[in-house]
Design a protein around this ligand. Structure first.
Ligand code: NDP
Length: 327
């Protein structure tokens, strides 16, 4: 199901006092869009850090997170997913107005039960599928952008109308409209891409580099042909505009033949089995969320170690040796 501008009653969000918790990538873009859509009462709750002067320069009343929560009828939780559990527990949950609406832009914390949700709270997701700069630029240019909308908890019986009103005020119900989804679906697909799809793609590049290097080809030629030429980004750009397979028609006949034949001859069974395991056993079971929360609580040392290990990847060493990306 899609939601369009014509489904939205903008007066719902215009009549609420809105508190933005976090004024980063999404926070700033969404706050500016809501104001330009005629939402008059917006406050920003942020810790006293680098984003605060920006909120003040943009002419928003800026207070602490807890102060903003105390006033907010709609609470936009726009701090990084990995910090939401702690900030919610320590600075938000005990200060919520009765009958407030929590608005998340990502399904993670709600899907994996990281937030204690009071009975009277409405919970909706309005999740733009693009970075904050895109959310703002598209709004200003009156262009559509993809966005997921869902109701996760409907204490008032009016959460869907609120969610659609917010999506419309953000400019997300134009064109093809906002897509009805859920926190579980949004987080599931997002984490699957991060933990299954992209690791598989990364492994393809790592192994391809080793095979080509083993054949005596030069680092310069391999890296420039594989990705420094930006060919992969052009392929994905065309995949989104003309179609995943149809973009192949922009390649030579030899390339089309090689790609279609090679794809047909690839047995995807092992990969699919691995993908199933990652999706069901790790992600949807909540195991990953638990594991990552514990790792974060312990200072995320494993992430640091992974970065260190990556430095010894042959592909990374080749990039360093060629001095391709100066820090
Ligand atoms: P950013 O990292 O850009 O912004 C973070 C904001 O949260 C900043 O204002 C920062 O303030 C504050 N913050 C960070 N850590 C803490 C903390 N420990 N305590 C208090 N405040 C903190 O985040 P995003 O805008 O990228 O993400 C916000 C939400 O939007 C997430 O749920 C994300 O999944 C979702 N989202 C993000 C998209 C993206 O492209 N980035 C796309 C769609 C959804 P400070 O100045 O103090 O650092």
């Amino acid at each position: 199901r899609f939601f369009y501008d014509t489904d939205a009653d903008l007066s719902i969000i215009r009549n609420k006092k809105v508190a933005f918790i976090g004024y980063g990538n999404q926070g700033r873009a969404q706050a500016l869009n809501l104001r330009d859509s005629g939402v008059p009462n917006i406050i920003v709750g942020n810790r006293d850090d680098e984003y605060k002067p920006q909120a003040i320069a943009d002419d928003f009343k800026t207070v602490s997170i807890t102060e903003a929560v105390k006033e907010g009828e709609a609470i936009f939780l726009l701090i990084p997913d990995e910090d939401q559990q702690e900030i919610w527990k320590e600075q938000i949950v005990d200060h919520l107005l009765p009958n407030a609406t929590l608005v998340v832009a990502s399904g993670y914390a709600v899907a994996f039960n990281l937030l204690e949700l009071p009975a009277s709270l409405d919970v909706v997701m309005v999740a733009p599928r693009m970075i904050g700069a895109g959310v703002r630029d598209r709004y200003v240019a009156k262009e559509p952008y993809p966005c997921f909308v869902s109701v996760e908890k409907d204490a008032s019986g009016k959460s869907l109308e609120t969610a659609v009103s917010i999506a419309s005020a953000l400019g997300a119900t134009r064109g093809r409209g906002a897509v009805e989804s859920s926190c579980r679906e949004e987080a599931g697909i997002d984490l699957f891409a991060e933990q299954a799809l992209w690791p598989a793609i990364n492994s393809c590049f790592i192994e391809a580099y080793k095979v080509l290097k083993g054949a005596g080809f030069s680092d310069e030629a391999i890296l420039f042909d594989m990705y420094m030429s930006k060919e992969p980004s052009e392929v994905f750009e065309r995949a989104s505009t003309v179609g995943f397979f149809k973009q192949l028609k922009y390649h030579s006949k030899t390339s089309q033949f090689g790609q279609l034949r090679g794809t047909k001859n690839n047995d995807g069974t092992a990969l699919r089995e691995k993908f199933e395991k990652v999706l069901h056993k790790d992600i949807l079971s909540g195991e990953f969320a638990k594991y990552w929360s514990n790792s974060l609580a312990g200072g995320a040392k494993e992430l640091e170690d992974l970065w260190k290990e990556t430095e010894s990847q042959p592909l990374q060493i080749a990039e360093n040796t060629l001095g391709l990306h100066k820090e």
